[in-house]
Ligand binder design. Structure first.
Ligand SMILES: NC(=O)c1ccc[n+]([C@@H]2O[C@H](COP(=O)([O-])OP(=O)(O)OC[C@H]3O[C@@H](n4cnc5c(N)ncnc54)[C@H](O)[C@@H]3O)[C@@H](O)[C@H]2O)c1
Length: 428
């Protein structure tokens, strides 16, 4: 099928590449000319394992092309909207980019009318599909579908090629059939439903995953007080098939471009309908306070941080991505600087992004280098390069052998044997 993908960020680029790999003829559109230029050369503007190689392949096969102007996609039968839906000042989802893309598409349709589907892949509040359908009511032959995305940064391409499920919200059987045709050959359970249900499935999924994380983070605080081991507790819980092992990991709090904004957007949507989602409210509260709780654990050992060098290992919101949006490292660095510490940070990919926000700290070429001369090392993102260290070497190079593990990823017994004082999140 002929497909246009509007917005070539994490979701749009992955969607465009995966659809091209699955045999469709795809055009990727982005407003940012420099991004389009890079993409045309087969350079991925984002770090995502396997994506650049796949991009080069589909470009050379002629299955994917990039433009800044949507009129280049005038023959497309399917228009995917994959633009950002950031948090507005009041916490609701800002739909400016989505509505901008819809009006771009409307113009294209006016001079090149045909049967087509506008598919909203961006995460949007319940009712957005309905609103967009209203905007496009005058466009003969156009249907509006909701097809939320569930990919995870760090394994985005694989997730797009082998999704856990495909959720399609439509208001007519013809559009459902066309969407089924688009995903023909992709093995995954289908949920064909209304647009509103599809929109809420996305928010509910993210809110539930965030809930699991905050539940474990709060439990980790209790585990610290009790002297129990949250990693063992999490394993013992996760083996229950009713619970499952995913998203039971305590840490410094969730970040990224989705959970923080999607949880507040869902709370706001509920409030508009006079419903208070009290559990979700607490989920956010625990997450907001978790970096502070983590730093308190450091300060119990090192009460005065003034003039002390602290190593911050890992900056991106999770490993295997360059995404630093809402990363806990940002809050931690800010708090450390406020307490007068000097920070040396390491991240294999994320340092250039963070250095724009914190030019005053030092960025090193390795985790070991960041630890040299440090009074404490904090593990914030569990990149392999931050986890697999030569502990004897690190021990010798630090002023004080204090490890504060924000991801429970360091080998606690091994580091203790190497002479470190180890503090984890809910484990010692
Ligand atoms: N990043 C994720 O892991 C993820 C996962 C699932 C869902 N989502 C959702 O998908 C949506 C996109 O997220 P993202 O992380 O890919 O965003 P992003 O910021 O990485 O990419 C958005 C892109 O859209 C472009 N854009 C904006 N308006 C445009 C227009 N009118 N025409 C052409 N291009 C335009 C921007 O230049 C940018 O390149 C959001 O709603 C997000 O919540 C994201």
């Amino acid at each position: 099928m002929r497909v246009a993908v509007i917005g070539t960020g994490y979701v749009g680029l992955t969607t465009a590449v995966s659809l091209a790999m699955n045999g469709h003829q795809v055009i990727g559109i982005d407003l940012v000319a420099s991004k389009v230029e890079k993409l045309r050369q087969g350079i991925s503007p984002i770090y995502e394992p396997g994506l650049e190689e796949a991009l080069k392949k589909v470009l050379s096969d002629g299955a994917l092309a990039f433009y800044t102007d949507l009129t280049e996609a005038k023959d497309a039968e399917i228009f995917f909207i994959c633009v950002g839906t950031p948090e507005a000042a009041d916490g609701t989802a800002d739909l400016t980019y989505v509505l901008g893309a819809v009006s771009d598409m409307e113009k294209v349709h006016s001079f090149s009318p045909q049967e087509r589907i506008v598919v909203i892949k961006s995460t949007v509040p319940v009712g957005t599909g309905e609103k967009v359908a209203g905007m496009l009511a005058g466009c003969q032959g156009v249907s509006v579908a909701s097809n939320p995305e569930f990919l995870r940064e760090g394994s985005a391409l694989l997730d797009a090629l082998e999704p856990s499920r495909i959720v399609i919200g439509v208001d007519n059987p013809q559009a459902a059939a066309r969407m089924e045709e688009l995903y023909n050959g992709v093995k995954a359970p289908r949920v064909i439903t209304t647009r509103a249900n599809a929109e809420l499935i996305k928010y509910a999924s993210n809110a539930f995953l965030a809930t699991r994380i905050s539940f474990m983070n709060e439990l980790a605080r209790l585990s610290t007080a009790l002297g129990t081991d949250i990693v063992t507790i999490s394993r013992g819980m996760g083996l229950d098939s009713r619970i499952g092992p995913q998203f039971l990991r305590a840490g410094v709090g969730y970040g990224g471009s989705c959970f923080p904004k999607d949880t507040i957007a869902l709370l706001q949507l509920a409030a508009e309908h006079n419903i208070h989602l009290s559990i979700l409210d607490k989920v956010r509260e625990v997450n907001t306070t978790q970096p502070g709780w983590f730093l308190e654990q450091l300060c119990l050992q090192l009460p005065d941080l003034k003039g002390k060098q602290i190593a911050v290992l890992g900056l991106t919101f999770k490993p295997d991505t360059d995404d630093i949006r809402e990363a806990p490292s940002l809050k931690l660095i800010e708090a450390l600087l406020q307490k007068g510490a000097s920070v040396k940070a390491f991240d294999p990919i994320g340092a250039p992004g963070v250095s724009k926000q914190f030019p005053q700290i030092t960025y090193t070429q390795s985790a070991a280098e960041a630890c040299e001369g440090a009074y404490a090392a904090l593990l914030v993102t569990e990149w392999e390069q931050c986890v697999q260290l030569d502990w004897n070497q690190v021990h010798q190079s630090m002023v004080q052998p204090l490890l504060v593990d924000g991801r429970n990823a360091w080998p606690n017994q091994e580091v203790k044997e190497a002479g470190f004082h180890y503090i984890g999140v809910g484990r010692s």
